[in-house]
Every structure is written in structure tokens, then in C-alpha cells.
Design a protein around this ligand. Sequence first.
Ligand code: MG
Length: 210
Amino acid sequence: MRWQPGDQVLVEMMDFGMPFMVLPVTVVWDRPDELVLWFAEGTPYRHRVQRDSSGIPRVASPSAFAQLDTQLVPTTAPGRTALVVLRPGRAHAVQLHWDMPGWRFRQWYVNLQTPFARTTHGIRSTDRFLDIVVDPDLSWRWKDEDEAQEAVRVGRLTSAEAAAIREEGERVVTDIEAGRPPFDRTYTQWRPDPAWEVPPVPDGGTGSRS
Ligand code: MG
């Protein structure tokens, strides 16, 4: 199953067996080696918060999370747009972030996450805490190393998993330092088809469309 450019699909970021973020995106291309998705400025999406609207601790232990009463609520990220570059079997996504209006390229954001799985309506993955931020000049730094350590401490990751996540990040760093795609201008100068429309808000988290 492959999608066509312009198809609207959902990215579901999962944790504890449930969606934590449900993002409507547009397929840029879907090739055997690369799936690229566009998150349009002003797209309504859903994210999980506590019933009283407070945030969920980013590295809650399974037992602490089980105590929380949570729900998916609609939100937006004004002034932001992003391209998401995914490679089948690879445990990361490379996001390109621009500030809007004007397409000012801000950064690449390497999100370490489980290899994406296709669903009938999009893809699923699970965030793996550690990230890499890459400036427009290709200087880079680890982000949230403390959260990755905390994830091991509270039982969200084994030490071996944490080591494998970091090794995946180190493989990406070799691409960053070499300026290999998507860390090059062929991606930073990408722009969407003007005919593409902002997708509607996704429904309450079952994955189907409202
Ligand atoms: Mg992350």
C-alpha cells in the first residue's frame, strides 16, 4: 500500500498503547526508501493532556501514568510548519522546521522514535525521548539526554534500548556532518503544492477521520 502525493493521512505518536498526538499531514512522496509528510501551518491536531488540561509528565513511570485521567484535546501550533522525513525500518524521523509566514528555516529536529508502522489511515510510532537539534549551519547538539536517562530509571526503556537509541542518533550524526539529504538544500528549499489544503481536525483518537 502506497500513498499518492497530496493524500491526507494521520501520524499517531503512541505511548502506553494509546495515541498521545494525532497529527493530520499531507503526503509529499511515498517511495520505497523514504516517506515524506508535510504538517501545514495552522493544522488542527490532537494531543493528550490530563482531564484538568494540565500536561502529562514527559517521562511518567507506567504506574504513575496509570493514575492519571487523560484525554485527547484539539490544539494548533500557529506560525509553524514542518516536513517529516521517515525511512522504513529506521528508528528516527528527521523534521525540518520553518517559522511562518515567510518560510524562515529554523532547524532540523531529529526525533528518535520507533520505526514507523503503517495503519489503514496513516502511520504510528513511539517517541524515544532522545533528540538531536541541528542548526541551519549544520552544527548539532543532543537534546533531552536527561529524559532518556530518566526513562531508563523509571522503567520505560532498558539500558540496552537506550544504548541502541543513542547509536541510531550517532548514525544520523554522520549524515548531518556530511550534509547528506535531508540535511541539504534540496530539502530546506522544498515548498508544498499550492493546491494542497489544510486537513480537518482528526476525531477523538480512534484513528478514523471525523
Ligand atoms: Mg523526541
